[in-house]
Design a protein around this ligand. Sequence first.
Ligand code: AHR
Length: 497
Amino acid sequence: MSKAQVFVDTNRTIAPISPLLFGGFVEHMGRCVYEGIYDPKSPNADAQGLRKDVLEALRDQSYTVIRYPGGNMLSGYNWLDGVGPKEQRPRRRELAWQSFESNQFGTNEFMEFCAAVNAAPMLAVNMGTGGIQSASDIVEYCNAPAGTYWSDLRVNHGFRTPHNVRYWCVGNEMDGPWQIGHLDATAYGNKALEAAKMMKLQDSTIKTILVGSSSDRMPTYPEWDRTALEIAWDHMDYLSMHYYAGNQENDTASFLASAVLFERFVDTLEGTLRYVKARQRSKHNVYLSWDEWQVWYKGDPTQGNWTEAPHLAEEIYNLEDALVVAQWLNVFLRKSHVLKIACVAQIVNTISWLQTRSTGLLKQPSYYAFKLVSNLARGEALDVLVKAPLLETKQYDAVPALDVSASYDVETQQGAIFLVNRSQTESVTTDILWQDGKTVQVDKAWQLAGSNPKEANSWESPNRLVANAISTPAVDNGRATLVLPPLSFTVLTTHTA
Ligand code: AHR
């Protein structure tokens, strides 16, 4: 059995944890919207057609912000198709996913959905086929008080009070040749700048998000980010990042070290932000918004063959995927000085840990990892020191067996520690040592663990992998010892006297 030490000091802080790190993404893709959140024919639907069981699961996960409506679909979308009387909304060919779009769910339904899950809306404007006028119009439609053309249209549609949408993505993955209306970085930067200018003239309180690289694998990364930032810096508040992780090579040791890659991606873009800020001689800050992240590689089709709500990219997630998700969340805390928004893509059915059938809901293991962190990471992220045995990996050389993050809320004096044991074979006896001299007690502990990285939940065995409450270790003289089994995610909550 190996040994490790985790040193925690509530004075050694990184930054306040932005609540918006626990966001989600809803795209008109596959069954995310239809049969996912909106399913009026389901026996589980409420009066607005929203799935009550899905809403409950999403509330349990405490999403703080939801991005909508795309995604690749955004770049061919006319937001006007999705507002007004439902019977008059056009049925369209949705080109990005080759599916039929009924438009029965649109901007106003999305606002009702966000209210139902207590999350802030984050809308995206079309920079593919869409122009800067249309981007400005939807801000007026959503945010302006009654009395103008677009705000009165909203009132006529039944929404007198403005939606006050604060977060706006200026396009989606415009660096990708697959994107409808794809542009080079200079052309996109110029268009995004003019769009954001008009959008902020409509409402100076909004925050805008510039499209960054679709992943670190893009040939234009990170030059795209630098170029677009240099053009649009003053009008943008966040730079978007997207990344989907996978174990295509079936190299579990490397996959379980994915935090290395995630940190590298953030570090490079943080460097890019600092460089551009310095070159601009600017006092303005731009932060990172990781507004699409998830494990996605198992190969369900992504083309709908001209059907409505096809089963696209519905992944079966296993234990190793959940441990990668847990590490991703650890990275969010460790990078909380620069990373301020993150949205898992997507929240139900499509690339999601939540799957619906007409009368049932399946929660996959990574659902529990997200739920623990989104509900317990509060206050400030702590700079935790970890001394753990090293594991060799093909992709990242030697990595520590443990991946750890921690939070502490000075107001409530409550803390949380999140520990992944990425070893596939070894338990790690771990001493947690609090260095700040305060009297600490562990209140609760949970663990998600299994013996086989490929183990998953199924409709037949839905609770094979869940987060179980485990016994709490005693703290003696600022030290607690616990055994972390291989392939596990353990969470402790604490309070200090
Ligand atoms: O989330 C699925 C797709 O992944 C999104 O539409 C796109 O932005 C990304 O490539």
